[in-house]
Design a protein around this ligand. Structure first.
Ligand SMILES: *[C@@H]1O[C@H](CO)[C@@H](O)[C@H](O)[C@H]1NC(C)=O
Ligand SMILES: [Fe+2]
Length: 344
């Protein structure tokens, strides 16, 4: 296992933000997604203070009693806004994929639902009309957090802006128009996705907070959490501990990006499991009197629910477009939600 930035290229947005293009970084973005399914980015607009404010508030939120949090759950909306209780989401069975890996690269095999709970907060402008109202529902604001919307939108917009910049760099690098991806993201149900695991209760070595899986969305962005435990896998099935340098974001390819590129870029896999570094961080947090909730500062960028998903971006002769039949992004999302136990 290696430190992330030692392995995966770190993309600097500086020139792109000044000039609106950066051919060299575009090429590096493409090769990073091809080889690793992920990039690390340094976005000078992303403030560590906004991440801290967000993590502080989410720790307070998750520390509340379960009955209080359940008032914010919306099972009838497939949990696509508000609170999702722990031990609800169950990863797909990926054992076939795991068995081809070298033993030392293998993830933990999930045997039950994930220990993580989560809060979904929709970010960005909703669509004017949609065939998928439950995927585009209004946000839930929990009681007792007057600063909630401003804090969530503050961090959420940092993440959305980074997602837009990487999508423009990526589209250019794939030989497409700069807006080939972002024009499909207009009115999409982007979600800020803080997950929470009570390491005070579940912080034993090997606890699966989030079992080995890919993400069903377009791109997943991760800010730096206060507890380690995230591992990602490269296209060549190498496992990497996602130790982020300060001030950087990890961006991993999701299912919708794989679809649009006809498999030229594959969705990345990851897990969050308590390991020895997590245990050390738990001891430090206890000694310092800090919260023992592990909060992830994750953001799911989406393609708009009513947009067609089909292989149309950056295609090469080698891609197997036939594996990706046309369908609406919202249909793909609903099928994936069923497979992981969030909808019936
Ligand atoms: C934690 O689990 C890992 C993987 O099973 C193992 O190699 C390691 O020795 C364990 N550490 C402790 C402190 O139990
Ligand atoms: Fe994930």
């Amino acid at each position: 296992m290696n430190n992330l930035a030692a392995v995966i290229p770190v993309i600097d947005f500086g020139t792109f933000l000044e000039t609106g293009e950066d051919a060299a970084e575009s090429a590096r973005v493409v090769s990073a997604f091809e080889e690793f399914g992920a990039v690390v980015v340094h976005d000078p607009r992303v403030s560590a203070a906004a991440n801290d404010l967000f993590l502080d508030m989410m720790e307070q939120y998750f520390e509340q009693p379960e009955t209080k949090k359940l008032a914010d759950a919306r099972p009838q909306l497939q949990y696509q806004v508000g609170y999702t209780p722990p031990f609800r989401e169950r990863p797909r069975d990926h054992r076939e994929r795991i068995e081809i890996m070298a033993t030392k690269e293998r993830p933990s095999i999930p045997t039950e639902a994930d220990a993580k709970g989560r809060y979904y907060w929709r970010v960005g402008t909703p669509p004017a009309t949609t065939q998928f109202p439950s995927l585009n529902a209004d946000n839930v604001v929990p009681e007792g957090f007057p600063e909630w919307s401003a804090t969530m939108d503050g961090w959420g917009h940092h993440m959305l802006n980074a997602a837009i910049a990487i999508s423009e760099l990526l589209a250019s690098g794939l030989g497409e128009e700069k807006d080939a991806l972002t024009r499909r993201m207009i009115g999409a149900p982007h979600l800020l996705d803080p997950t929470g695991v009570d390491l005070g209760a579940f912080g034993k070595n090997g606890t699966i907070c989030a079992g080995f899986h890919y993400d069903l969305n377009f791109l997943s962005l991760h800010g730096k959490p206060r507890f380690p435990g995230l591992d990602i896998w490269t296209r060549g099935n190498k496992r990497i501990a996602a130790e982020l340098p300060d001030g950087c974001l990890l961006i991993q390819a999701g299912r919708q990006l794989e679809y649009l590129t006809g498999g030229r870029l594959l969705n990345g896999y990851h897990q969050v499991v308590v390991n020895e570094k997590t245990l050390a961080a738990i001891e430090d947090a206890k000694a310092a009197g800090h919260s023992l909730w592990r909060i992830s500062s994750t953001f799911f960028a989406h393609i708009a629910s009513d947009e067609l998903l089909e292989p149309v971006v950056g295609l090469t002769d080698a891609v197997r477009s036939d594996l990706y039949p046309s369908r609406l992004a919202g249909e793909l999302v609903q099928e994936e939600l069923k497979a992981i136990g969030l909808s019936t």
